[in-house]
Design a protein around this ligand. Structure first.
Ligand SMILES: NC(=O)c1ccc[n+]([C@@H]2O[C@H](COP(=O)([O-])OP(=O)(O)OC[C@H]3O[C@@H](n4cnc5c(N)ncnc54)[C@H](OP(=O)(O)O)[C@@H]3O)[C@@H](O)[C@H]2O)c1
Length: 294
């Protein structure tokens, strides 16, 4: 083998992955369909391969990051024989079905396949807190964990190659719901207060501290959901519903878009109507899953 790792695909993300390997001192081969994109990496010490097959043959660990799984198939199918016995890590975004299909094809060709998701913009790759999720055979992950750690914080979710894609989309949902809730708070606080309202920066200082409490609540509710029981403790669902009404009212009074509190009210209102007002907030999972018995 010529280098420790090969990177196939040097778009915004692939170039960031290759750059992080180089920054960590790992010898790196690169290939991209449009050759220009390899040049900055070559200037930093990467070896440019003349073809995808040459890139695959240059390292025991092959990282691929292209626009789509179809492109990955198109580029790597002709190199299947060269990939046999090596580890292929696929950072291309796709569905759980894409990941399982790719893993099936890899298994037939004796390729150790890890599907992966990078939960960061390219500029964040390589930071210690940059999370990468992996799914596939644990021995393949363990064998290359040291090199993959150059990208950030590698987390192996399990042997199922679909796990990164499943988490990726769920975490995007968490991102947007959290950010939209934060925007709603920025609008509310910005509409009020001395001298024309609280600035987004000032509100966010408080909101950031509140997120620690929210994280602790998520952990407690996760335990309840896994156990299938939702004790209210000090904060029953009917109290949540009352406070959600206050949130909606506060927004309406200030002319703030209130679609978000109405989503909360809709879910909690149905649960309370169904007689679960004395239960804990985590009971709403039955409504979110669409399995609540009416
Ligand atoms: N950028 C992000 O913030 C980000 C974050 C998380 C995940 N991702 C995922 O990472 C993957 C790559 O994203 P990106 O931002 O790097 O995209 P990008 O900048 O558009 O780059 C796309 C890459 O795919 C290559 N490609 C596409 N079709 C090809 C084909 N038929 N044959 C050969 N090469 C082909 C392009 O080659 P050419 O240069 O020759 O066009 C380029 O290297 C995507 O699945 C994306 O969802 C991206």
């Amino acid at each position: 083998m010529d280098t420790e790792v090969s990177v196939v695909g040097l778009g915004a993300m692939g170039a960031a992955l290759a750059g992080a390997f180089l920054a960590a001192g790992h010898s790196t081969t690169v290939w991209n369909r449009t050759r220009d994109k390899a040049l900055p990496l070559v200037a930093r010490g990467a070896v440019e391969a003349a073809s995808p097959g040459a890139a695959v043959g240059a390292a025991p660990l092959v990282v691929v990051c292209l626009s789509t799984y179809e492109a990955v198939r198109e580029v790597l199918s002709p190199c299947a024989a060269g990939l046999a016995g090596r580890t292929l890590v696929n950072f291309t975004s796709g569905s759980p079905g894409h990941a399982r299909d790719a893993a099936d094809r890899a298994r037939e060709r004796n390729v150790h396949y890890l599907d992966a998701a990078v939960l960061m913009m390219p500029s964040g790759v390589g930071r210690p807190d940059s999370l990468q999720l992996y799914g596939g055979p644990r021995p393949a992950f363990d064998a290359h964990r040291g090199v993959l750690a150059a990208l950030g914080d590698p987390v192996h979710l399990g042997d199922d190659p679909a796990l990164p894609a499943v988490h990726d989309v769920a975490l995007l949902g968490l991102l947007w719901s959290t950010l939209t809730g934060w925007l709603h708070g920025v609008a509310l606080t910005g509409a009020d207060g001395p001298g024309g309202g609280v600035s987004a920066t000032a509100y966010t200082r408080v909101a950031g501290r509140w997120m620690r409490t929210v994280g602790r609540l998520m952990e407690e509710y996760a335990r309840q959901i896994d156990a299938g029981a939702y004790p209210a403790g000090e904060f029953p669902l009917d109290q949540h519903l009352m406070l959600m009404g206050l949130l909606e009212h506060a927004g309406e009074e200030r002319g703030v878009e209130s679609g978000l509190p109405r989503v909360f009210l809709g879910l909690a209102g149905r649960a309370v109507e169904d007689g679960h007002g004395a239960d804990g907030y985590a009971h709403l999972i039955e409504y979110v899953r669409g399995r609540a018995a009416r």
